[in-house]
Ligand binder design. Structure first.
Ligand code: IVH
Length: 701
């Protein structure tokens, strides 16, 4: 994603203007931003198991979206977050259409929210005041939901939630999980879909990370991510070795009812051999639900697994059926979330960090304090407006909060405890690293150092970006080594990396460098002298130029020399900009950033020097004489001769565009075995449907 778009998403806070005082245009704009931001966070959370904001902040975005939509129902977008659940199914596993959708839960935060929930249900069911209405309360497990399908008492399919309608087929992996019954006890109905949460105990999570660290494997941020990562393994044996746990808590499709209430359902599931949560209880009193919530919070530290709230459910199934669902969540259930964990400490200093694109980010240095079991000594302050809004000053006592694994935040200042003589924090207007002017353009939240790569901080971050995974990706050369080589003065610009071989003897004198590691490092660097043009462009770290744009630019210019020439200060800038924005998906501001980058003398010299070290491979061009070039193709069903990923890559190399959904723009639907709704939709739209053999005949001529 483009840098500025990521910045926008990461810094987006829910608006504070009451929706009923807003005009339509402002609401439409904010709903657009919210949809983009929530979709981004959904992918980080569900697709990549790596959230970047706290659950509380995420929930606030969703709540703001809902509040705006309530006042402006006509502005509900087609891609509104309220109309979908979670992230789409990940590539790599087959897809499973859920027989009944897997829903999400609405959240409540205050006692009042819970009372409103109960009152709404009473109204909906037209219950009299003395009519009994029972609820259950159970912990909300912080794992990932699974749907398990049993036929004749035997497990036949396991699927993740995915987007709620379609999830990933994880049957092979789940067969290796001891906590999931492979065959049921008792006499379950012929078809029984059981839903519940797959999770990892905290102890197992810690042990896994220790083992991963020793083996140089991926470190997981929290048990939820560890469970998700352990499930999504190519090798089911690995999943089996991870000690995953499962609690059953609801049903999908069943051929016959197994209970008339939720409580009975849990008992029944337990009799079939499932674990159900011990903390679940039933009551007819809302006040007892609230007490249960408090009790579960007090139990939380001693529980062996992470939970993030308490789920209340209407006990009677016939009531549940009548209540039904709204958009993505049942009307009959509510998650009562826990407040984020907070602590009080002293703010010792406010440091300003300078990022790769020059953004000045304030960071609070705190007197170390334990919050939710983790020692916190830094917190993000976001940007200068945030500091001003909360009037945060050095020396203040502050309340900080931490939710899940995300960066801790300063919630507020305890003004009563403010030391006398404290002064308002003045955000620097010069870069603290190089002293150059730091400018904040109108309408932007971020102030940036204007010194580009002359600024040592920007240069350091730039070099780290240069060697990062999607850029040069040199084994043995990461952020730590860049810090070291820059400090030694060995590397000041990317080309210097390719001159490290000349420092072999000096390298051998550094701690931690043996003969083998030096040989490996230098070999890894040599191997990267040949580099794809698009990777090279991405590595340059130009503002707004992410991987996708880098590819477009590589296709457009073909060689770095052509790119340098078109963007040279002496070239006709208007023509170049016009040429750039003619590229689909490149806009004015991106063209401006490209021009600014290449007109800067330091940058030009660094790129020219780099090119003297490299042999750049021009982008592979999709064939434009193939029968499918320029066509839009959708694959569906199971292909027998190749994987879906391979089919997609093949089609793209022939110049076709591969899309995930059928629309009027689709030219061909390639339908493998068991093609479902997409084939029907294609037929409705009159799209040409090809079988696998016909498809192969078409492309092989
Ligand atoms: S019931 C139709 N019960 O929370 C209602 N969900 O935020 C389906 N979760 O997707 C969910 N513990 O992954 C239910 N005791 C519990 C739960 C629970 C965790 C998860 C589940 C769901 C998510 C919604």
């Amino acid at each position: 994603m483009a840098d500025s778009q990521a910045d926008m998403i990461l810094s987006l806070r829910p608006g504070t203007m009451p929706p009923d005082r807003m005009d339509e245009a402002a609401a439409r704009d904010e709903l657009g931003l919210l949809a983009a931001a929530i979709a981004y966070h959904d992918t980080r959370y569900h697709g990549e198991d790596a959230p970047v904001i706290s659950d509380a902040d995420y929930d606030a975005l969703v709540a703001r979206n809902r509040a705006l939509e309530a006042v402006f129902p006509s502005l509900v977008r087609e891609d509104s977050p309220s109309l979908r659940v979670g992230a789409p199914a990940a590539a790599g596993f087959g897809k499973v259409r859920h027989a009944r959708p897997m829903l999400s839960l609405n959240n409540g935060f205050s006692d009042e929210d819970i009372e409103d929930f109960a009152a709404r249900i009473r109204r909906f069911l037209s219950l009299a005041e003395d009519d009994e209405l029972a609820f259950t309360a159970e912990p909300k497990i912080d794992g990932l939901s699974l749907s398990l399908r049993y036929e004749g008492g035997t497990l036949v399919q396991a699927a993740t939630r995915g987007d709620g309608a379609e999830g990933e087929d994880v049957t092979d992996n789940i067969r290796m999980v001891g906590a999931v019954p492979q065959a049921l006890a008792g006499s379950p109905p012929d078809i029984l879909e059981v839903r519940g949460e797959l999770y990892m105990d905290r102890d197992d999570f810690l042990a896994l990370n220790t083992a991963q660290e020793a083996a140089g494997g991926k470190i997981f941020a929290n048990p939820r991510n560890a469970a998700a990562g352990s499930l999504r393994q190519k090798d089911p044996e690995v999943t089996g070795s991870r000690n995953l746990q499962f609690f059953a808590y609801s049903l999908g499709e069943t051929s016959a009812p197994i209970a008339t209430t939720h409580k009975e359902c849990l008992d029944q599931l337990s009799s079939y051999g499932f674990s159900v949560n011990d903390y679940s209880m039933r009551t007819t009193q809302v006040s007892e639900l609230l007490e249960r919530h408090k009790f579960i919070i007090s139990e939380r530290p001693s529980m062996s697994y992470d939970i993030d709230g308490v789920v209340y459910k209407v006990d009677r199934h016939d009531y549940q059926d009548r209540l039904g669902q709204v958009a993505r969540a049942p009307r009959w259930a509510l998650a009562h979330k826990f407040p984020a964990e907070q602590a009080e400490t002293t703010l010792n200093a406010i440091d300003i960090q300078v990022g790769r694109t020059g953004a000045l980010t304030p960071v609070a240095r705190l007197q170390p304090v334990t919050v939710g079991g983790v020692v916190v000594s830094n917190a993000t302050l976001h940007n200068e407006d945030e500091i001003r809004r909360k009037d945060i000053r050095v020396g203040d006592r502050v309340v900080i909060q931490r939710a899940g694994d995300v960066i801790p935040q300063v919630v507020r200042v305890i003004t009563e405890a403010r030391p006398s003589g404290s002064a308002e924090f003045i955000f620097p207007i010069r870069c603290p690293e190089c002293g150059a002017a730091a400018i904040r353009p109108d309408g932007e939240a971020v102030r940036r150092c204007t010194n580009s790569l002359e600024c040592p901080a920007q240069r350091l971050e730039w070099l780290k970006h240069f060697v990062s995974r999607n850029a040069f990706d040199i084994a043995g050369l990461g952020a730590r080594q860049i810090d070291q080589f820059v400090a030694l003065g060995w590397v000041t610009r990317p080309a210097d990396i390719f001159r490290l071989a000349a420092r072999r003897a000096a390298l051998a004198k550094l701690d931690g460098y043996g003969e083998t590691s030096i040989t490996n490092l230098l070999a890894a660097i040599e191997a990267r002298r040949e580099i794809a043009f698009e990777r090279m462009i991405f590595a340059l770290g130009i503002r707004q130029v992410g991987q996708a744009t880098a590819r477009l630019l590589a296709l457009h210019f073909d060689t770095p020399q052509a790119m340098m020439a078109a963007l040279a200060p002496e070239a006709d800038i208007d023509a170049t900009v016009a040429d750039l924005i003619a590229i689909d998906q490149v806009g004015d501001s991106m063209a401006d950033d490209l021009v600014a980058f290449f007109h800067n003398g330091t940058n030009r010299a660094a790129v020219a020097d780099l090119l003297s070290q490299l042999s750049v491979i021009p982008p592979e061009r999709p064939a434009d004489d193939s029968p499918v070039s320029g066509k839009t193709i959708v694959f569906t069903g199971t292909l027998s001769r190749m994987s879906r990923a391979e089919a997609k890559a093949r089609a793209e190399s022939l110049g076709a565009k591969v899309s995930g959904s059928v629309s009027g723009k689709t030219d061909y639907l390639v339908a493998g075995a068991d093609a479902g709704s997409k084939a029907r939709k294609a037929a409705d739209l009159g799209v040409t449907v090809l079988g696998e053999d016909e498809w192969l005949a078409l492309i092989d001529g």
